[in-house]
Design a binder for this molecule. Sequence first.
Ligand SMILES: *Cc1c(COP(=O)(O)O)cnc(C)c1O
Length: 387
Amino acid sequence: MDLSYIINELGEDREHYFNAVAPPIMQTSNFRVRKVDELKKLFENEYGGYLYSRGRNPTADILRKKMAALDQAEDCLVFNSGIAAIYAGVLANIKGGDHIISVDKPYSWVQKIFDQLLPRFGVETTYIDGTRMENFEQVRRPNTRFIYLESPNSWTYALQDMEAVAGFAKKHGIITLMDNTYSTPLYQLPVPLGIDLCMQTATKYIGGHSDTLGGILTGSKAMMKKIFDSEYMAVGSGIQPFNAWLLIRGLRTLESRISRITESTWKLLAWLKKDPAVERLLFPLDVDFPQYELAKKQMKNACGLISFYVKAGSRGQIVKCCENLKHIMMAVSWGGHESLILPRCASLEDRQFDPDNADHRLLRLYIGLENPDYLIQDLDQAFRSSF
Ligand SMILES: *Cc1c(COP(=O)(O)O)cnc(C)c1O
């Protein structure tokens, strides 16, 4: 399906709303029915129609159709945050006594689910270095039911070979979930490679304006119905109509934002590589990246986030650099219009800083929609005044 068609037309039914170009926000909690038998049908299968907005809502449905098509998946559910989508995807596919394999250092709140929430129900998680296929085989147990993937990781860009992991999982009846937030469906498609569940945080690139949260989960129709009938309805973590509308609006410009950010990323990458304050950088499609070949094989392109190790002897120098930036803001999240910086050493005390530990000298830059030269100038003045 053509990307332009998906973004501008798919799922929209303009004749039903006065030919308005922008869809209405169906800000309603419930839907009336005229026949008792209609009500009966909806009670039996709420997934099949409109009854109550904790279930289906027409504005959210427009987004669901577009996101399913973008991911080349059969169906989609949209949640009120990325973590809600992950939680539902995991919970729907495990039970007490099961075992999960997760890649090292997934998104921080995912670790909270695995380390604190699920152990209360007798579910154990083993973390592995997902860059090596044999690690999956080594830790698999007879009760392994779920594999959690994030490729690339949003700090180190560590990758997993999606096709290989999906093949391994299918052989052993294990469900796989991929956090695809870094790439978006424009640059990577997990579902056609055999991954069961594809998740992305719509808070990042889909929204694109740092003004709403949302989470996307795509997969087979049967899997989406199963999640809708259990976790989606029972936890009540579905997207609100207004937020769904903001995400549809964000989607309209996804392709042009991603292409602008990609162009700027390559410019910033070239500049950072030559700057004397930078020891080394991490970016999945940089020729020096350890998994460059795999990145080239399974990703169409990469953009937005670059991590780099600065030549700092103290935490104070990194603090100074981040605080001296005039335009690039210090903030969590990413995927919006604004460029951002995050220092890994933020959670350390000054005295804990060890310059021999490269991780302490790691910074992550998100490149937004500003003019790349404007960003380079800002980094240049901050680097020169700090290192
Ligand atoms: C932000 C983020 C999440 C969580 O998304 P929320 O919308 O904040 O819940 C999950 N994974 C990655 C990689 C993220 O960057």
